[in-house]
Design a protein around this ligand. Structure first.
Ligand code: AVJ
Length: 321
């Protein structure tokens, strides 16, 4: 019998190492990018429709208001390079607001299923626009694909995904993105970045701990994904979801709190949890406008535009570099 057909793909050593490093520290952590297996993408989609989760609606309202103004800042024929493109809905606001301005669309994401679906829908809805997806962890240096050759690049990083990065990682990401985006032709590099704005914890806490428990399910699902990626025995029933506002760092945090003393095996390593000990699974920074501009400036970007929704919940920065 050929058993190789039935077994999962070999574990990615770099991801396994990252998981073990996170679970081996004094404060246990897991990388937030591991939320997004197929189930996690589905759960995140449900989060975006929750009454408490204002983030996606606010960003869409912002784009309804300002898509034309934002798209007008793109050089003619630019390749729209979208980082963390779970779907094309936000990019389409820009593309459709300025017909003919964008000459190509390059969605970049770590979820191959999402990228395939984007390509298929775009072929139907915008058959004349060349689309070339790039499957990549965008914290690694990124080379633009052939479809962007000979075009100015217009970077787009919506969704407040950048909120998952600590300031030092934001700096590394923004410097790298400047290299990637300025490899295009003509003019300075352009980058439009969406960030959830600082606001009252009264608004933030329910957005990250909703009444229907979808965010809890999203948080717990990372354990199943880790079990698959690193041959683990982490028990989702043994952990509880917790969302906290860290006022000192200006970020929401998600944790998984061990309900009791327990042990698990991950990639052959024994991992022990004390009762009440947490795995820190996500940071979601809420940058003020000024705070983000200062960070971007340290990475060599110059602020050139800023837009918000009517309720000033969400912000979009235009950076030139
Ligand atoms: C996709 C990173 C923007 O931080 O709000 C939603 C992920 N986490 N609920 C966010 C998330 C909990 C989301 N981002």
């Amino acid at each position: 019998m050929n058993e190789t057909l039935a077994v999962a793909p070999a574990p990615d050593p770099a991801v396994v190492a990252e998981i073990l490093a996170g679970l081996g520290g004094a404060q246990k952590t897991l990388p937030a990018k591991l939320f997004y297996d197929a189930e996690g993408c589905e759960l995140f989609n449900r989060i975006t429709r929750l009454p408490e989760y204002y983030v996606t609606r606010a960003e869409m309202a912002l784009l309804d208001r300002h898509a034309a103004a934002i798209a007008a800042t793109a050089p003619a024929g630019a390749a729209l390079v979208e980082y963390g493109a779970a779907d094309e809905s936000k990019a389409l606001r820009l593309i459709d607001a300025a017909p003919g301005r964008f000459g190509a669309y390059v969605p970049v994401d770590i979820a191959p299923g999402a990228l395939l679906a984007i390509g298929e829908r775009m072929r139907q809805s915008h058959p004349a626009l060349p689309v070339q997806a790039v499957e990549a962890d965008f914290l690694q240096p990124l080379a633009l694909p052939a479809v962007a050759a000979g075009r100015p690049a217009f970077g787009f990083f919506p969704g407040s995904t950048i909120g998952n990065f600590r300031p030092d990682t934001v700096l590394r990401f923004l410097s790298q993105a400047r290299d990637t985006l300025s490899s295009g032709e003509g003019g300075p590099a352009c980058f439009v970045i969406g960030t959830d704005l600082r606001k009252s914890p009264d608004r933030l806490l329910p957005a990250y701990d909703d009444a229907a428990g979808v965010t809890a399910a999203f948080n717990l699902n990372i354990l199943r994904h880790v079990n698959r990626l690193a041959d683990g025995t982490l028990d989702p029933e043994g952990f509880a979801h917790r969302a906290v506002w860290n006022s000192h760092e200006g970020r929401m945090e998600m944790h998984l709190v061990s309900r009791a003393a327990q042990e698990a095996r991950v990639a052959g390593t024994l991992v022990r949890f004390r009762a009440g000990e947490s795995i820190h699974t996500e940071d979601s920074y809420k940058h003020t406008r000024e705070g983000f501009v200062a960070l971007a400036a340290r990475a060599g970007w110059r602020p050139a535009g800023f837009w918000t929704d009517e309720d000033e919940l969400f912000g979009m920065h235009l950076l030139l570099g």
